[in-house]
Design a protein around this ligand. Sequence first.
Ligand code: ADP
Ligand code: 5GP
Length: 201
Amino acid sequence: MSNKPANLVFIVSGPSGAGKSTLIQRLMERDPRLAFSVSHTTRPPRPGEKDGRDYYFVTKETFRKLISKGAFLEWAQVYGEYYGTSKGEIDRIHRLGKDVVLDIDVQGARQVMERLPKDQWVSIFILPPNLETLRRRLMARGKDPLDRIERRLAVAREEISRAGLYDYRVVNSDLSAATEELVGIIAWERKKRGVAAGSEL
Ligand code: ADP
Ligand code: 5GP
Protein backbone atom coordinates (compact mmCIF):
# COMPACT_ATOMS: atom_id res chain seq x y z
CA MET A 1 0.00 0.00 0.00
CA SER A 2 1.52 3.31 -1.05
CA ASN A 3 1.33 6.54 0.92
CA LYS A 4 1.23 8.47 -2.31
CA PRO A 5 -1.38 11.28 -2.09
CA ALA A 6 -4.30 11.09 -4.53
CA ASN A 7 -3.94 13.27 -7.57
CA LEU A 8 -5.57 16.66 -7.29
CA VAL A 9 -8.24 18.27 -9.43
CA PHE A 10 -7.88 22.03 -9.93
CA ILE A 11 -11.24 23.50 -10.90
CA VAL A 12 -10.86 26.78 -12.80
CA SER A 13 -13.92 28.90 -13.57
CA GLY A 14 -14.66 32.49 -14.50
CA PRO A 15 -16.59 34.48 -17.08
CA SER A 16 -15.75 34.03 -20.73
CA GLY A 17 -12.87 36.35 -21.63
CA ALA A 18 -11.45 36.48 -18.08
CA GLY A 19 -8.34 34.71 -19.36
CA LYS A 20 -8.82 31.12 -18.18
CA SER A 21 -7.46 29.43 -21.33
CA THR A 22 -4.49 31.79 -21.51
CA LEU A 23 -3.58 31.24 -17.85
CA ILE A 24 -4.08 27.48 -18.04
CA GLN A 25 -1.86 27.28 -21.11
CA ARG A 26 0.87 29.13 -19.22
CA LEU A 27 0.49 26.77 -16.27
CA MET A 28 0.80 23.73 -18.55
CA GLU A 29 4.04 25.09 -19.97
CA ARG A 30 5.42 25.64 -16.47
CA ASP A 31 4.35 22.44 -14.74
CA PRO A 32 4.65 19.00 -16.36
CA ARG A 33 2.76 17.46 -13.45
CA LEU A 34 -0.45 19.18 -14.60
CA ALA A 35 -2.68 17.93 -17.40
CA PHE A 36 -5.58 19.79 -18.99
CA SER A 37 -8.86 17.91 -19.08
CA VAL A 38 -10.23 18.13 -22.61
CA SER A 39 -14.00 18.65 -22.43
CA HIS A 40 -16.71 17.60 -24.84
CA THR A 41 -18.75 20.40 -26.38
CA THR A 42 -21.44 20.91 -28.99
CA ARG A 43 -20.31 24.46 -29.84
CA PRO A 44 -18.53 24.92 -33.16
CA PRO A 45 -14.71 25.15 -33.10
CA ARG A 46 -13.20 28.66 -33.13
CA PRO A 47 -10.58 29.41 -35.77
CA GLY A 48 -7.40 27.60 -34.73
CA GLU A 49 -9.06 25.23 -32.28
CA LYS A 50 -8.25 21.55 -32.70
CA ASP A 51 -10.45 18.56 -31.98
CA GLY A 52 -8.97 16.46 -29.18
CA ARG A 53 -6.67 19.26 -28.01
CA ASP A 54 -9.00 22.16 -27.15
CA TYR A 55 -12.24 20.19 -27.01
CA TYR A 56 -13.83 17.03 -28.32
CA PHE A 57 -16.30 18.63 -30.71
CA VAL A 58 -19.44 16.50 -30.97
CA THR A 59 -23.03 16.80 -32.16
CA LYS A 60 -25.93 17.35 -29.76
CA GLU A 61 -27.10 13.82 -30.54
CA THR A 62 -23.75 12.30 -29.55
CA PHE A 63 -23.59 14.45 -26.42
CA ARG A 64 -27.07 13.34 -25.30
CA LYS A 65 -26.13 9.71 -25.87
CA LEU A 66 -23.04 10.17 -23.69
CA ILE A 67 -25.22 11.73 -20.96
CA SER A 68 -27.58 8.77 -21.00
CA LYS A 69 -24.65 6.36 -20.78
CA GLY A 70 -23.44 8.17 -17.64
CA ALA A 71 -20.17 9.10 -19.34
CA PHE A 72 -19.79 12.51 -17.65
CA LEU A 73 -18.40 13.47 -14.26
CA GLU A 74 -20.28 16.74 -14.82
CA TRP A 75 -22.02 18.48 -17.67
CA ALA A 76 -23.97 21.68 -18.19
CA GLN A 77 -25.64 23.82 -20.81
CA VAL A 78 -23.70 27.04 -21.25
CA TYR A 79 -24.71 29.77 -23.72
CA GLY A 80 -27.13 27.30 -25.32
CA GLU A 81 -24.50 24.59 -25.96
CA TYR A 82 -23.59 21.46 -24.04
CA TYR A 83 -20.23 21.18 -22.28
CA GLY A 84 -19.03 18.25 -20.17
CA THR A 85 -16.07 16.54 -18.50
CA SER A 86 -15.98 12.82 -19.25
CA LYS A 87 -15.06 10.35 -16.53
CA GLY A 88 -12.73 8.73 -19.09
CA GLU A 89 -10.71 11.93 -19.45
CA ILE A 90 -10.16 12.22 -15.69
CA ASP A 91 -9.19 8.52 -15.46
CA ARG A 92 -6.73 8.96 -18.35
CA ILE A 93 -4.99 11.85 -16.56
CA HIS A 94 -4.94 10.10 -13.20
CA ARG A 95 -3.37 7.04 -14.85
CA LEU A 96 -0.58 9.36 -16.03
CA GLY A 97 -0.08 10.25 -12.35
CA LYS A 98 -0.81 13.93 -13.03
CA ASP A 99 -3.00 16.56 -11.42
CA VAL A 100 -6.03 17.59 -13.46
CA VAL A 101 -6.93 21.12 -14.55
CA LEU A 102 -10.59 21.65 -15.38
CA ASP A 103 -11.77 24.78 -17.22
CA ILE A 104 -15.48 24.54 -16.45
CA ASP A 105 -18.42 26.81 -15.72
CA VAL A 106 -20.01 27.47 -12.33
CA GLN A 107 -22.75 24.83 -12.76
CA GLY A 108 -20.18 22.15 -13.63
CA ALA A 109 -17.87 23.25 -10.82
CA ARG A 110 -20.71 22.77 -8.32
CA GLN A 111 -21.24 19.21 -9.55
CA VAL A 112 -17.55 18.33 -9.20
CA MET A 113 -17.46 19.90 -5.71
CA GLU A 114 -20.42 17.71 -4.71
CA ARG A 115 -19.23 14.50 -6.36
CA LEU A 116 -15.55 14.37 -5.42
CA PRO A 117 -14.24 14.37 -1.83
CA LYS A 118 -13.07 17.83 -0.71
CA ASP A 119 -9.47 16.73 -0.22
CA GLN A 120 -9.28 15.88 -3.94
CA TRP A 121 -10.16 19.26 -5.43
CA VAL A 122 -9.21 22.91 -5.22
CA SER A 123 -11.43 25.56 -6.82
CA ILE A 124 -10.17 28.81 -8.33
CA PHE A 125 -12.25 31.61 -9.83
CA ILE A 126 -10.61 33.91 -12.38
CA LEU A 127 -11.92 37.48 -12.36
CA PRO A 128 -11.39 40.22 -14.93
CA PRO A 129 -10.33 43.59 -13.42
CA ASN A 130 -13.76 44.97 -14.49
CA LEU A 131 -16.58 44.36 -16.99
CA GLU A 132 -15.32 46.89 -19.51
CA THR A 133 -11.99 45.05 -19.70
CA LEU A 134 -13.88 41.80 -20.13
CA ARG A 135 -15.77 43.24 -23.11
CA ARG A 136 -12.53 44.52 -24.65
CA ARG A 137 -10.87 41.13 -24.25
CA LEU A 138 -13.76 39.30 -25.84
CA MET A 139 -13.77 41.74 -28.77
CA ALA A 140 -9.97 41.61 -29.09
CA ARG A 141 -9.99 37.81 -29.09
CA GLY A 142 -12.14 38.27 -32.19
CA LYS A 143 -13.06 34.62 -32.45
CA ASP A 144 -16.73 34.73 -31.51
CA PRO A 145 -19.54 36.27 -33.55
CA LEU A 146 -20.92 39.50 -32.00
CA ASP A 147 -24.16 37.88 -30.82
CA ARG A 148 -22.14 35.23 -28.95
CA ILE A 149 -20.03 37.95 -27.32
CA GLU A 150 -23.18 39.79 -26.16
CA ARG A 151 -24.55 36.56 -24.73
CA ARG A 152 -21.32 35.93 -22.83
CA LEU A 153 -21.31 39.44 -21.36
CA ALA A 154 -24.94 39.14 -20.35
CA VAL A 155 -24.20 36.13 -18.12
CA ALA A 156 -20.84 37.42 -16.82
CA ARG A 157 -22.38 39.35 -13.90
CA GLU A 158 -24.35 36.31 -12.78
CA GLU A 159 -21.23 34.12 -12.98
CA ILE A 160 -19.10 36.64 -11.09
CA SER A 161 -21.68 36.65 -8.28
CA ARG A 162 -20.74 32.98 -7.67
CA ALA A 163 -17.04 33.70 -7.11
CA GLY A 164 -17.53 33.36 -3.34
CA LEU A 165 -18.19 29.61 -3.73
CA TYR A 166 -14.56 29.03 -4.71
CA ASP A 167 -11.51 28.38 -2.52
CA TYR A 168 -9.53 31.11 -4.31
CA ARG A 169 -10.23 34.18 -6.42
CA VAL A 170 -7.54 35.48 -8.76
CA VAL A 171 -7.87 38.81 -10.58
CA ASN A 172 -6.31 38.53 -14.02
CA SER A 173 -5.15 42.09 -14.52
CA ASP A 174 -1.48 41.54 -15.31
CA LEU A 175 -0.98 38.16 -16.98
CA SER A 176 2.40 37.37 -15.40
CA ALA A 177 1.24 38.34 -11.90
CA ALA A 178 -1.91 36.21 -12.23
CA THR A 179 0.16 33.25 -13.49
CA GLU A 180 2.50 33.54 -10.50
CA GLU A 181 -0.47 33.65 -8.16
CA LEU A 182 -1.82 30.41 -9.66
CA VAL A 183 1.60 28.74 -9.46
CA GLY A 184 1.70 29.73 -5.78
CA ILE A 185 -1.78 28.32 -5.08
CA ILE A 186 -0.90 25.00 -6.71
CA ALA A 187 2.40 24.76 -4.80
CA TRP A 188 0.69 25.57 -1.50
CA GLU A 189 -2.12 23.05 -2.01
CA ARG A 190 0.38 20.31 -2.88
CA LYS A 191 2.53 21.21 0.11
CA LYS A 192 -0.48 20.97 2.45
CA ARG A 193 -0.97 17.43 1.19
CA GLY A 194 2.67 16.49 1.60
CA VAL A 195 3.74 16.54 -2.03
CA ALA A 196 7.29 17.89 -2.23
CA ALA A 197 8.08 20.66 -4.73
CA GLY A 198 9.63 19.18 -7.85
CA SER A 199 8.70 15.66 -6.74
CA GLU A 200 7.53 13.24 -9.38
CA LEU A 201 5.72 11.19 -6.71
P1 ADP B 1 -11.31 32.63 -21.40
O1 ADP B 1 -10.63 31.31 -21.62
O2 ADP B 1 -11.52 32.93 -19.94
O3 ADP B 1 -12.58 32.79 -22.19
P2 ADP B 1 -9.04 33.75 -22.89
O4 ADP B 1 -7.89 33.10 -22.22
O5 ADP B 1 -9.45 33.25 -24.24
O6 ADP B 1 -10.33 33.79 -21.90
O7 ADP B 1 -8.72 35.31 -22.95
C1 ADP B 1 -9.57 36.23 -23.64
C2 ADP B 1 -8.72 37.26 -24.39
O8 ADP B 1 -8.05 38.11 -23.44
C3 ADP B 1 -7.63 36.61 -25.23
O9 ADP B 1 -7.50 37.34 -26.44
C4 ADP B 1 -6.37 36.75 -24.36
O10 ADP B 1 -5.19 36.83 -25.13
C5 ADP B 1 -6.63 38.06 -23.61
N1 ADP B 1 -6.05 38.11 -22.25
C6 ADP B 1 -6.04 37.14 -21.31
N2 ADP B 1 -5.46 37.57 -20.18
C7 ADP B 1 -5.09 38.85 -20.39
C8 ADP B 1 -4.43 39.86 -19.59
N3 ADP B 1 -4.04 39.64 -18.33
N4 ADP B 1 -4.24 41.07 -20.13
C9 ADP B 1 -4.64 41.33 -21.40
N5 ADP B 1 -5.26 40.43 -22.23
C10 ADP B 1 -5.48 39.22 -21.73
P1 5GP C 1 -15.80 28.51 -24.36
O1 5GP C 1 -16.91 28.25 -25.32
O2 5GP C 1 -15.46 29.98 -24.20
O3 5GP C 1 -14.59 27.66 -24.62
O4 5GP C 1 -16.31 28.05 -22.92
C1 5GP C 1 -17.54 28.58 -22.46
C2 5GP C 1 -17.76 28.20 -21.02
O5 5GP C 1 -17.90 26.79 -20.91
C3 5GP C 1 -16.61 28.59 -20.07
O6 5GP C 1 -17.20 29.11 -18.88
C4 5GP C 1 -15.94 27.28 -19.79
O7 5GP C 1 -15.33 27.27 -18.50
C5 5GP C 1 -17.12 26.33 -19.83
N1 5GP C 1 -16.74 24.94 -20.05
C6 5GP C 1 -15.77 24.44 -20.86
N2 5GP C 1 -15.70 23.10 -20.76
C7 5GP C 1 -16.64 22.74 -19.85
C8 5GP C 1 -17.06 21.49 -19.29
O8 5GP C 1 -16.54 20.42 -19.58
N3 5GP C 1 -18.07 21.53 -18.39
C9 5GP C 1 -18.68 22.69 -18.01
N4 5GP C 1 -19.66 22.60 -17.09
N5 5GP C 1 -18.31 23.87 -18.51
C10 5GP C 1 -17.31 23.90 -19.41
